[in-house]
Design a binder for this molecule. Structure first.
Ligand code: AMP
Length: 178
């Protein structure tokens, strides 16, 4: 288990100054490209929710689609998406959240979550937690219950976990600094 986590960590590539100066981008494509490690990543997440009667995994655009859909398949759950504005074709609900400069908005189909559905929110990474918090608001708005928010990577020093409280946060890898 410890060895698996160390292997997953070693497959994350740091890209300094992407997409802008001062950001260290955590690139998961080497992890996704490694079959056994990608499978291990999803298996670790799925083990946490087996027996928890998860109805829907909700993936956040865009890398949350990759992690979330694999997790949904493994759990035998449905998969639903949260997207940037204007991408979803049917009627939507939206939630806005603060960015470093300005605001951003996320949308979900009005039938993306069934009332009373037990939902796991999935993304590749939690930084400040703003994206996941807005996503959790959309779940509540549609009458669902957020069982937990699951990430491959948690940038712990940005305290997204605290921002998401009282929602629960699970991450496979934690980074205490950039
Ligand atoms: P936040 O709302 O601050 O928690 O940001 C989380 C979202 O931004 C996720 O969808 C991530 O994929 C993306 N993100 C934020 N910071 C990084 C980073 N350092 N490396 C890769 N993705 C990031």
């Amino acid at each position: 288990m410890g060895d698996d986590i160390a292997s997953i960590r070693s497959a994350i590539r740091d890209i300094p100054d992407f997409p802008k100066p001062g950001i260290v981008f955590k690139d998961i494509t080497p992890l996704l490209g490694n079959g056994p490690l990608f499978a291990k990543t999803i298996d670790l997440m799925a083990a946490r929710y087996s027996g928890q009667k998860i109805d829907t995994v909700l993936g956040i655009e865009s890398r949350g689609f990759i992690v979330g859909s694999a997790l949904a398949y493994k759990l035998g759950a449905g998969f639903s998406v949260v997207r940037k504005p204007g991408k979803l074709p049917y009627e939507t609900r939206s939630a806005s959240y603060e960015l470093e400069y300005g605001r951003d908005t996320l949308e979900i189909h009005i039938d993306g979550i069934s009332p009373k559905a037990r939902v796991v929110i999935a993304d590749d990474l939690i930084a400040t937690g703003g994206t996941a918090k807005a996503t959790a608001e959309l779940v509540a708005n549609l009458g669902g219950t957020v069982v937990e928010c699951a990430f491959v990577i948690e940038l712990s020093f940005l305290k997204g976990r605290q921002k998401l409280a009282p929602h629960r946060v699970y991450s496979i890898l934690q980074y205490e600094s950039e």
